[in-house]
Design a protein around this ligand. Sequence first.
Ligand SMILES: [Mn+2]
Length: 324
Amino acid sequence: MQILEELKGCATIGISGHENPDGDCAGACLGLALYLRKVMPQARVDVFLEPLRDELYKNIPGAETVITDFQTDVDAYDAFVVLDSAKDRIGPAENFFDRAEKTINIDHHISNPGTGMVNYVNGQSSSACELVCELVDFSLVDRDIAQALYVGIVTDTGCFRFSSTSRKTMEVAGRLMTYGFDFPTIVREVYFEKTWVQQRVLGRALMKSKSYLGGKIIVSRLAHETILSLGGVGRDVEGIVSALVSTAGADCSIFAHERSTGEWRVSFRSNSIVNVAEIAQRYGGGGHIRASGCTIGRERNIEMVIREMVEAAAAQLRAAEEKG
Ligand SMILES: [Mn+2]
């Protein structure tokens, strides 16, 4: 597929991605938008996304052009492109998608059946940004476009760590780097930096953590009041579950935090053995084999529930051990 071929003759193009946009979603939407604005200057290109987090806003060129209130005077776009998700996770933009003359869906989630008239979906790809790189003519890419796409690849590969990182991913990323943006700063700000409050919340979670089955399972939880007392809010717990599973000898981590409503959000990670999707599903949640989550209602005793979850993970680990 060649994106310019697909969009030939379009005067109005809408672009969107999933709710709560991450670096890959925002990078892909803006990378593609900047490219189209450059290559098709006669076309109007609108990007609809929820507001970007500070570190993304700062590091993804074109972020200031995102339409965050989902208002437009275009009745029906000539083409509407959804990136990094199926059409059902794009919030109010789904309306624009449904009314558009032509719809295109570009995604790397294996669960996406392809919800556009034209689909470019590859579950093996590291990121939506890597897919965008395959669809553009590199001789027309510039520094801003390259930077936006690089942010997405860094985000979704966990900084080139996850198994979805392929030779192709590295080659594409290397090619983007040649445009000369300040990649060390971008990687630090987008991927590694935390606010001081986030660091303190993480510190508390680490201090409170417990180890089970000889250190193979690491568990922690934070009450709403604890997070508040450190000056934090719900999203300040992001990354804690990954920090827990990075403990030497651990295969699985479980982290729960209480929301202001009294419900508990539980996240799971595993390195190579425990299927955490299976555990989350038992509690009405879901996700991937190595990363999943679920929500536990306030009527349940969270301590008991976590004990059950630890037992489920331990059972899987014991079974794997017996198998050798
Ligand atoms: Mn993605």
